[in-house]
Design a protein around this ligand. Structure first.
Ligand code: C5P
Length: 221
């Protein structure tokens, strides 16, 4: 029997990270934050002063990424970078390197290695479409750009970063366009995904909805 997998995809700041973590916690499943892997790769590339178009060199970094996850902490080699990778500069660099097929492929096996008993909740852009196409439940979370900018604003301020709402709206729209229009693994719902607009939902309501969808499919099996 294979391990159950729930994928939660969606655009930047749609709330998928928080929702995925809470769903994983409720079910006692493992959690994969695939965006963090792109951010870690981007951070390493920035630190090594590589051009963000240098697909080969960055794919090489991605295939040997010395990362580990301890609870909510994210480590790159011997450094805890949980907050550093959340900076907008790193997020933007992550979205730029994520357009390259070689870099995406270099991260596939690392992402798939997170699937272990008793199950996995994976969040990202292509979890249901590419990385785990046979997932048991696929969720696609969306929310308006304004709702997402406001969430991202609060998140950045709470982490001690400065932020400006207008810049965030512009950044999110640009990042959405890049994620949706790239030729490999573009951001889009899987054909069999359950689409959930969270613009007017709380995190708790969204988590409940995902858990209900999961118990509905578990009952059918
Ligand atoms: O989700 P997060 O904002 O942390 O992801 C950072 C960037 O990494 C995204 O803007 C996206 O371009 C890229 N990404 C991706 N595929 C994933 C996860 C993230 O292309 N599965």
């Amino acid at each position: 029997m294979t391990n159950p997998i729930i994928t939660i995809d969606g655009p930047t700041a749609s709330g998928k990270g928080t929702v995925a973590q809470r769903v994983a916690h409720a079910l006692q499943f493992h959690y994969l934050d695939s965006g963090a892997l792109y951010r870690l790769t981007a951070l390493s590339a920035l630190r090594e002063k590589l051009a963000l178009e240098d697909e080969q060199a960055i794919a090489c970094i991605a295939s040997h990424l010395p990362c580990h996850f301890k609870g909510e902490q994210i480590w790159l080699d011997k450094e805890e970078v949980s907050d550093v990778i959340r900076a907008e500069e790193v997020g933007n660099a992550a979205s730029k390197i994520a357009v390259f097929p070689g870099i995406r492929k270099a991260l596939y096996s690392l992402q798939r290695s997170f699937s272990k008993p008793p199950g996995l909740v994976a969040d990202g852009r292509d979890m249901g479409t590419v990385v785990f196409p046979l997932a048991d439940l696929k969720i696609y979370l969306t929310a308006s750009v304004d709702a997402r900018a406001e969430r991202r604003f609060k998140q950045l301020i709470s982490k001690g970063f400065t932020a400006n709402i207008d810049d965030l709206v512009k950044d999110l729209a640009e990042r959405d366009a890049r994620d949706k229009n790239r030729s490999i693994a573009p951001l889009k719902p899987a054909q069999d995904a359950y689409i959930l607009d969270t613009s007017h939902l709380t995190v708790e309501q969204t988590v409940m909805e995902v858990l209900q969808q999961y118990s509905a499919i578990s009952v059918k099996k």
